[in-house]
Design a protein around this ligand. Structure first.
Ligand code: GUN
Length: 289
């Protein structure tokens, strides 16, 4: 992969730098944990099919494990694998004490119901925070394992000393992976939150009201400058691949001069998501020991 350019613009959130800091801390904490318990934290990943971006993301997660001293197990399956086979593996991993975290990479092939699969992960090994138990805890304001991307956003806000309390937040996209949990976690921090999606009637009139705009739709360049409030903080969580390059949901060049802060694609929320996953895997190992 090409190295990313240095982030020098103070308006641009350096996701890689934040991620490096998180991973640095995890690495130290892993060493302490290993010395105290004689056990290495371990993450098992499950990937079904040949979706090229998913293969890359899983590879990046394994590299991150290596950097911080976490053992990682790679379970790859062909496209036609059944839901039952995946559930059988999850049950096995649930019952193996030396595996602390289980991650099922999404999206899964159409014939597999992702929610059914996710529900079978033991909540204490659910490092992605996708099980109904962990999602439910988040809903009642008891955040334990929460989805890694929204947690990365919260961490980036903290890094930049931005308190979401009282902010007008607009989340565009209502997925279980980003939109819904991001909205809930910001509501937990007393922001005023609105969730927009593909059926929202006049998206621009909503996004223009946002002090904090989070966009996770997968529609390349959806958000233009005239849809953004002057001085807004913008998180671009979209990723579209074209000709080996990645693009976000926000027209970065167009909005840059208008925003207070923006997370770029690539180099924004992506690395932070992976760093949080490392943190969660260590946390899971601690909880189970
Ligand atoms: N696909 C896109 N984002 C994620 C994520 O955070 N976790 C998993 N498991 N799959 C994803």
């Amino acid at each position: 992969m090409e190295p990313l350019p240095e982030v020098t613009n103070p308006r641009v959130i350096d996701g890689r730098k934040i991620a490096q800091r998180i991973e640095g801390q995890v690495k130290k904490d892993v060493e302490v944990f290993v010395n105290e318990h004689g056990i290495k934290p371990a993450l098992a990943t499950i990937l079904v099919g040949e979706h090229p971006p998913s293969k890359l993301y899983v590879k990046l997660k394994h590299w991150a494990c290596k950097r911080v001293g976490i053992i990682s197990e790679d379970h790859k399956f062909p496209q036609e694998t059944t839901e039952e086979e995946i559930i059988k593996l999850i049950e096995t991993l649930n019952n193996r004490p030396e595996v602390h975290g289980i991650l099922v990479q999404l999206p899964m092939p159409k014939h597999i119901d992702e929610r059914t699969v996710m529900m079978r992960i033991a909540p204490e090994k659910d490092v992605d925070g996708f099980t109904p138990f962990n999602m439910g805890k988040m809903l009642i304001g008891r955040e334990g394992f929460v989805p890694c991307t929204p947690k990365g956003i919260i961490r980036a806000l903290e890094e930049h000393n931005i308190d979401p309390k009282g902010m007008e937040v607009v989340v565009v996209g209502h997925s279980n992976v980003v939109g819904k949990p991001a909205a809930m976690m910001l509501l937990n921090r007393n922001a005023t939150v609105k969730i927009c999606h593909v059926f929202t009637k006049d998206l621009a009139s909503q996004t223009r009201e946002a002090d904090l705009l989070i966009v996770a739709t997968g529609v390349r360049g959806l958000i233009k400058a005239d849809m953004v409030k002057e001085g807004a903080v913008v998180f671009d969580v979209g990723i579209t691949w074209k000709d080996e390059k990645v693009y976000g949901d926000v027209d970065f060049e167009d909005v840059l001069s208008k925003v207070k802060l923006i997370s770029p694609v690539p180099g924004g929320v992506g690395p932070m998501t992976i760093a949080i996953l490392m943190e969660h895997t260590l946390q899971a190992a601690k909880l189970q020991n």
